[in-house]
Design a protein around this ligand. Structure first.
Ligand SMILES: C[S@@+](CC[C@H](N)C(=O)[O-])C[C@H]1O[C@@H](n2cnc3c(N)ncnc32)[C@H](O)[C@@H]1O
Length: 194
């Protein structure tokens, strides 16, 4: 799942810009004091823009140039960054690092990406990961390999738990008009420097 894969996905997706932030982001971040933020896999940018509107100094990063071009049309306030976390590190550390629905193959790439996502959190900062729960994909009755999911066990195995305080690690349901969604939500604070 490289840059060409994601560019093709965005080209094939009809443009239905809702501009709405992820409800889990709103629930988890509304109470935090704004600072610097990195949204990894920002796609067309709605979550990064929501953060910027709340006073965060935001970098929206994605491997897809097609997605970033669209994101740029929606906001000049966010810094949009072309970044492939399988190949490079985030350029800085941030008070908040978020990733919404970043599911990758092969598993080694996903592990590397999430390791780098966690490394980008500054001391005292917050990590927020929102992903599809296994139940969510299996609901579609498509054959999705289990290793495309990244849950509590995988995330905590990447974190040294004396450096992190896990605040939230749970599956939540979200009732949309047409179906129920299952999100995995993980929020942790980096309590000590690396
Ligand atoms: C399913 S989309 C989610 C987009 C957006 N976060 C949302 O919630 O709508 C996953 C995103 O991760 C990005 N991505 C995939 N691999 C990446 C990588 N190695 N480095 C940075 N971004 C990546 C894709 O281009 C895509 O925009």
């Amino acid at each position: 799942m490289d840059e060409a894969f994601w560019d093709d996905m965005y080209r094939e997706t009809s443009r239905k810009w809702s501009g709405k932030p992820n409800p889990q982001l709103v629930a988890e971040v509304s109470g935090l004091k704004p600072g610097t933020a990195l949204d990894v896999g920002c796609g067309e940018g709605a979550d990064a823009i929501w953060l910027a509107e709340r006073g965060w100094q935001v970098t929206g990063a994605d491997v897809s140039s097609v997605a970033l071009e669209r994101a740029k049309e929606h906001s000049a306030e966010v810094k949009w960054l072309h970044l492939d976390l399988t190949k490079e590190h985030a350029p800085d550390t941030y008070d908040l690092v978020t990733a919404h629905y970043v599911h990758l193959k092969p598993k080694e790439d996903m592990v590397l990406v999430y390791k780098r996502i966690a490394e980008a959190v500054a001391p005292g900062g917050t990590l927020l990961i929102v992903g599809h729960d296994k139940q969510e994909m299996h609901r579609h009755e498509i054959d999705v390999p289990d290793d495309i999911f990244f849950g509590a066990e995988e995330i905590t195995s990447l974190l040294s738990l004396d450096e992190w305080k896990v605040e939230v690690s749970e599956t939540r349901t979200l009732d949309n008009p047409d179906h129920r969604m299952y999100d995995f939500v993980f929020r942790a604070s980096r309590v000590t420097p690396r």
